[in-house]
Design a protein around this ligand. Structure first.
Ligand SMILES: Cc1ncc(COP(=O)(O)O)c(C=O)c1O
Length: 397
């Protein structure tokens, strides 16, 4: 008998992790699956960061740390925000967590009352909507399709605001679309938000450094909303450190204090060794970040070229992150051996079972016509994977 809470029963499991697991199962059966479902760099963590972690072990960083993270780490984040983003924060406004994932969840749990509305642009990162549910809030989805480069307009944002709107979540560069809002586009959204002083803006900037159009622009730069913006970031994507689990927020003091309080009763600080590694990442040489960015850009160019050659796929060039998010609606409704492809989740399953390529159907991201391929893998894998996808799609009727 299962007695899980209603809160848990309302949650959907992560589709991304499910596809990855299914792909591993097929691999375990000896099937050569190419996994383009995971959202992580395929690079190893740079050596100087690993050395800092080894030193932290030898230096006995084995005791409880302050809940929001060691002060030198928070100072390093403050310096990063000043140097890279020209934003001023105090270390008390920084709270480090077990990944940006926990950081987003902390903020939502700290500000949402039951029934409060959170505006989430779609396509969205799968976890936002589940976290809002966990906080007993209501998701208000604002959709932007491929024709508008998956970016919502100020008018769309304004139309979604109600007296119950508590927060707005913006992800740029975006998972799953790879879209990046320009400074002018961000200003347009900020000008709308400036008219609604009770809305908290959660700016997920975890893909900040994986940007192919130039300097990262943060919505926190606009003075008219600045005091209500929570920046979410971390070391997972920029420094190839997904498994270290270190993310953070830079927030108005009351939100940072609230997250500190919540985390103090829940998980305490993130692991010390990861904290020391992250401190080294921020203070050390940054050329590793640029080297990885260039590799992602080259792969982006490759996958765009390969996917554009597949009939029926509508491809838009991503401007950041490491995902391709083509519209695959041409194939929805088609069949294979009498089995109908009803949606993009079915299509992803078909590509896995028949093409041996793992991707994630767009349904999970609030975009049922699209499918997500992660291109954080080798050129050879990308070439082979896209050849398999092309072949598998060509036999659908
Ligand atoms: C948009 C977005 N935000 C946050 C995260 C979480 O990152 P972390 O590994 O720091 O928890 C991810 C990871 O996939 C992501 O894609």
């Amino acid at each position: 008998m299962s007695q899980v809470s209603e809160r848990l029963a309302a949650l959907s499991p992560s589709e991304t992790l499910a596809m990855s697991q299914k792909s591993n199962e097929l691999k375990a059966q000896g099937i050569d699956v190419i996994n383009l479902s995971v959202g992580e760099p395929d690079f190893f963590t740079p050596d100087f960061i690993k050395e800092a972690a080894k030193k932290a072990i030898d230096d006995n960083f084995s005791f409880y740390a302050p809940v929001p993270g060691f002060l030198p780490l928070r100072n390093a984040i403050v310096s990063k925000l000043k140097k890279e983003n020209n934003l001023d924060y105090k270390p008390e406004q920084i709270v480090c967590s077990n990944g940006a994932k926990q950081a987003v969840c902390n903020v939502l749990l700290c500000i949402i009352n039951p029934g409060d509305e959170v505006i989430v642009p779609a396509p969205y990162w799968v976890s936002y909507v589940e976290m809002v549910k966990l906080a007993e809030g209501r998701n208000v989805i604002v959709s932007a399709d491929i024709e508008q480069d998956f970016k919502i307009t100020p008018a769309q944002l304004e139309a979604a605001v109600t007296p119950r709107t508590k927060a707005f979540i913006l992800c740029s560069p975006s998972n799953p679309t790879g879209s990046v809002y320009s400074k002018e586009e961000l200003k347009g959204l900020a000008d709308v938000l400036a008219r609604y002083p009770d809305i908290i803006i959660i700016a997920d900037e975890i893909y900040e450094h994986i940007n192919y159009i130039g300097k990262h622009e943060s919505i926190a730069q606009f003075e008219n909303i600045r005091e209500r913006v929570v920046i979410v970031n971390g070391v997972s994507k920029a420094y190839a450190m997904t498994g270290w689990r270190l993310g953070w927020i830079a927030a108005p003091q009351w939100i940072a204090s609230a997250c500190n309080k919540l985390q103090g009763q829940y998980t305490s600080s993130p692991g010390n060794i990861a904290q020391k590694a992250a401190e080294a990442a921020y203070l050390g040489p940054q050329d590793c970040v640029e080297t990885m960015r260039q590799a992602f850009e080259r792969r982006r160019n490759l996958i765009v070229q390969l996917a554009s050659d597949i009939p029926g796929l509508k491809v838009r060039q991503p401007k950041g992150a490491f995902y391709l998010f083509p519209d695959c609606s041409y194939y929805i409704g088609k069949s294979f051996n009498g089995n109908k492809i009803n949606n993009s989740a079915d299509l992803a399953m078909y590509l896995l079972e028949e093409g041996h390529v793992a991707a994630v159907g767009g349904l999970a991201f609030g975009a049922p016509n699209c499918i997500r391929f992660s291109y954080a893998t080798s050129d050879e894998n990308l070439i082979e994977a896209m050849a398999r996808v092309k072949k598998a799609l060509s036999v659908l009727q």
